[in-house]
Write a protein that binds this ligand. Structure first.
Ligand code: FAD
Length: 457
């Protein structure tokens, strides 16, 4: 071919070297995708290794009607100082906090994006970071996320009394990836944490299922930011298992195309939701019924029912004169699970303490007013640490130690970001001091959190 490269050859070479040179920053893969639009021959693959079909000996066996999992050694994918399981609000804050404090951090997330309920659940409104009088008490890494979103036009930052910031989920996914990458957090997506690795009663890592199979990651400290306390439960940490309302959030569009003249005199249809940063698009919350968010049959049933309900609700809106243009844009990729497991920590947050305005010497986070207009309240480090003797695992986010009556306080987004930051910073202090997470020097932790922009009252 006289040294002249075809487009296909060029893409192959760039793909092999992993370099995007000459394509103006476009990766070889995206160049291939772009090429495919007008070149039916553009896609290509290569054999990594020939397929060997033989029993591996690790498959569960049916023995006497029971499914028996044979004992086997698991490949260790890596070692890290701090392993954060779950990449939602709390997990991202924990990972960034720990890494910025100098620890090596690995963050694993079961889905293909970060943000958990805040992005994948389409829970777009941030409540609970401000108290009576307008003071903002949830600061730090979460506030940095809001600031970055604001600069990108990815949020409506409204902190007037009665109003709350609203984010764009896609902008937030972008910001979260930027933040973990800038910090140097090793991030693994599509990785489902299924078990704890134990050395006696000390957690030494976690086991994951992914397309790569079952693997382990070893760690000095594990932060459970799964929202459901999956790792805490696997490690044997005492907890309460709860039922709570499970909904499904959706976004509807073309609200700017409502024909107000035609709709004149009609009552506004229900389910029009609240504004988002995207013009003409609103998000629609849903309480849903009380259910067990750890029961796969329940989750499946709710997912199916909620989707049907949302579709039919939007059709009703579209059937209203003047509202014909309204469209269902998306149902949230993640079901709206609110509360499942609550850790039994060394200290448990109670409504009584909250009402009494109890202050804690080991305060590591402060919460604001959620529904009513009340004063700030404190979260002690001991609410992140298991009560029974399971070592080196910390809770962050909506599964921290609290009685169920406090669930609506602890599960809101800002509380998840402040408890995430606290758990991540604590893990980094424990690693630096080579001490168990339970014995972290709290004064040092508080100082670190303040340096990281947190407000502790
Ligand atoms: C319908 C609904 C409406 C809400 N409305 C509001 C509101 O208006 N304002 C407000 O502030 N809050 C609201 N909340 C609460 C708030 O959205 C959540 O409680 C908060 O976002 C939880 O953050 P988190 O990081 O603790 O957990 P999650 O967001 O649940 O994040 C957990 C992450 O861990 C991952 N994960 C789970 N298990 C595993 C595993 N085993 N291995 C690996 N990864 C795992 C998940 O995929 C997820 O990314 C609402 C919640 C719901 C469901």
């Amino acid at each position: 071919m006289g040294g002249v490269l075809s487009r296909r050859d060029l893409i192959r070479i760039l793909g092999a070297s992993g370099v995007a040179a000459g394509l103006g920053g476009i990766s070889a893969a995206s160049a291939a995708d772009a090429a495919s639009t007008d070149d039916p021959d553009a896609f290509q693959g290569s054999v990594i290794k020939p397929q060997v079909i033989q029993p591996t000996g690790s498959c569960p066996a049916l023995v006497g009607g029971k499914v028996i999992q044979p004992r086997r050694e698991l490949p260790v994918l890596g070692q890290t100082d701090v392993l954060v399981v779950g990449g939602g609000t709390a997990g991202v804050a924990a990972a960034v906090a720990a890494r910025r404090a100098g620890a090596q951090v690995t963050l694993v997330e079961r889905y293909g994006h970060l943000g958990g309920q805040w992005t994948g659940g389409l829970v777009l409104v941030v409540v609970g970071h401000i108290v009576k009088g307008g003071k903002q008490v949830c600061q730090g890494i979460g506030e940095e996320m809001l600031g970055r979103l604001d600069k990108l036009g990815g949020a409506i930052i409204d902190r007037q009394p009665g109003a709350n910031p609203t984010v764009d989920a896609e902008a937030l996914k972008y910001v979260m990836v930027e933040m973990v990458q800038e910090a140097g957090v090793k991030t693994l997506l599509h990785c489902w944490g299924v078990d704890a690795v134990l050395d006696g009663n000390t957690v030494r890592g976690a086991v994951f299922e992914s397309k790569s199979g079952r693997q382990a990651i070893l760690a000095k400290i594990v932060v459970d930011a799964t929202g459901d306390g999956d790792l805490l439960a696997a490690a044997g940490a005492a907890h309460q298992r709860c039922k709570y309302n499970i909904g499904l959030v959706s976004r509807i569009g073309n609200l700017d195309k409502i024909d107000k003249a035609r709709a004149e005199g009609l009552k506004e249809p229900r389910g029009l939701g609240a504004r988002t940063p995207v013009p003409g698009v609103r998000w629609v919350n849903m309480s849903g019924p009380e259910a067990d968010g750890l029961d796969v049959s329940e989750l499946s049933r709710l997912e199916i029912n909620h989707r049907r309900f949302i579709w039919q609700s939007v059709q009703k809106i579209r059937g209203t004169r003047g509202y014909e243009a309204v469209r269902l844009l998306e149902t949230a990729p993640q079901l709206g699970v609110r509360v499942t497991r609550l850790l039994e920590g060394v200290t448990r947050l109670t409504l009584r303490d909250f009402k009494a305005g109890i202050r804690f010497e080991d305060v590591v986070a402060v919460g604001g007013a959620v529904a009513a207009n009340h004063a700030e309240w404190q979260i002690p480090y001991r609410a992140l640490v298991p009560k029974n003797s399971v070592e080196n695992v910390l809770a962050a986010g909506r599964c921290i130690s609290a009685e169920l009556k406090m669930a609506d306080m602890i599960r809101v987004i800002p509380i998840c970001w402040v408890t995430g930051q606290a758990a991540g910073a604590a893990a980094a202090v424990a690693v630096a001091d080579a001490c168990p997470a339970r014995q972290v020097n709290v004064a040092k932790l508080q100082q670190l959190l303040k340096q990281q922009g947190a407000y502790l009252g």
